[in-house]
Design a protein around this ligand. Structure first.
Ligand SMILES: [Mn+2]
Length: 292
């Protein structure tokens, strides 16, 4: 590639939203972090690091210099004064205008998924969220807040969404009871995945209707990507996450609408994590737009 465009994903030449197949949407939003902070810096760090990721993918034969065409949208900035719901409303309005494109958003904290799903899905009750996460994010409130990274999936569940949760290994009793009680939630706990992986794949293959993939990077093992606000041991390997993105991409039964990568905390220590996060985003796009 002759010229690198530093503000664009993968350093690609700018592409208008009208001409794009996929949209990268930066959401540098962080209000309710419980422990480690810095998720608001992630979109910028991932965009910067993406300029070091190859624009050709040897697994899918996707050549990003040809197709898909990617529009890197301007970040939706948090003014810091408005209520969390107001930011989520702005996200919802922005993505509602992007329907028909594959939208891949860069968090920011997990809370943003609420605005994304509401904006993308014409009917949340017809949508399944595949959630890779160490946490269930199904609390009703956390620290008195109804809108937070720990309650986001509860709010979407209440609006009718189905949930397939993968790699969960940190839940409250209340969340555990909810997961076991509700038929609309299929939770594959981390300790179950050794023997239950094929069952998960079967569940993914049978999904119908609209599907949204939400990857909280703490779902991955800290050995793959340690930089996240509340890490937990025994997470998913890189290869497992790739299997999930592949299954959703090749399914002929469901429509893989959009995805997000959230809760990454940009930090120079240990070095190189930004590029792993950027590679994760690139691979989701490569699988989704693989030549078949
Ligand atoms: Mn989460």
């Amino acid at each position: 590639m002759a010229i690198v465009y530093p503000d664009q994903f993968l350093g690609l030449p700018p592409c208008t939203v009208e001409d794009a197949d996929a949209v990268i949407l930066p959401l540098p939003f962080e209000r309710t972090a419980s422990y480690g902070t810095g998720a608001w810096r992630a979109p910028r760090a991932i965009l910067d690091a993406s300029c070091q990721v190859e624009t050709f993918d040897e697994e899918t034969l996707v050549d990003f210099e040809v197709s898909p065409r990617i529009h890197t949208a301007p970040a939706i900035l948090d003014d810091g004064d408005a209520a969390v719901e107001e930011y989520l409303e702005r996200v919802k309005e922005a993505v509602a205008r992007l329907r028909g494109k594959f939208v891949l958003s860069l968090g920011g904290e997990h809370t943003v998924t609420y605005g994304l799903v509401r904006g993308l899905a014409s009917n949340v009750a017809n949508l399944t969220i595949v959630q890779v996460d160490a946490h269930a994010d199904l609390r009703d409130v956390l620290d008195g807040k109804r809108w937070s990274h720990a309650t986001v999936m509860r709010r979407l569940f209440e609006e009718g969404a189905r949930l397939v949760q993968v790699g969960v290994r940190s839940v409250s009793r209340e969340e555990y009871d909810l997961v076991k009680r509700e038929k609309r939630i299929a939770c594959f706990f981390a300790h179950e995945l050794k023997s239950g992986w094929e069952q998960l794949r079967e569940t993914l293959r049978r999904l119908r209707g609209d599907v949204y993939l939400s990857i909280d990077v703490d779902g991955l093992d800290p050995g793959v990507l340690p930089n996240t606000g509340t890490p937990q041991p025994d997470g998913l390997s890189w290869a497992r996450v790739m299997e999930i993105t592949h299954e959703l991409s090749v399914s002929r039964l469901c429509r893989f609408l959009a995805a997000d990568v959230v809760e990454y905390v940009a930090s120079p220590h240990p070095p190189g994590c930004d590029i792993i996060a950027a590679k994760l985003v690139t691979k989701i796009l490569a699988h989704r737009f693989a030549k078949r």
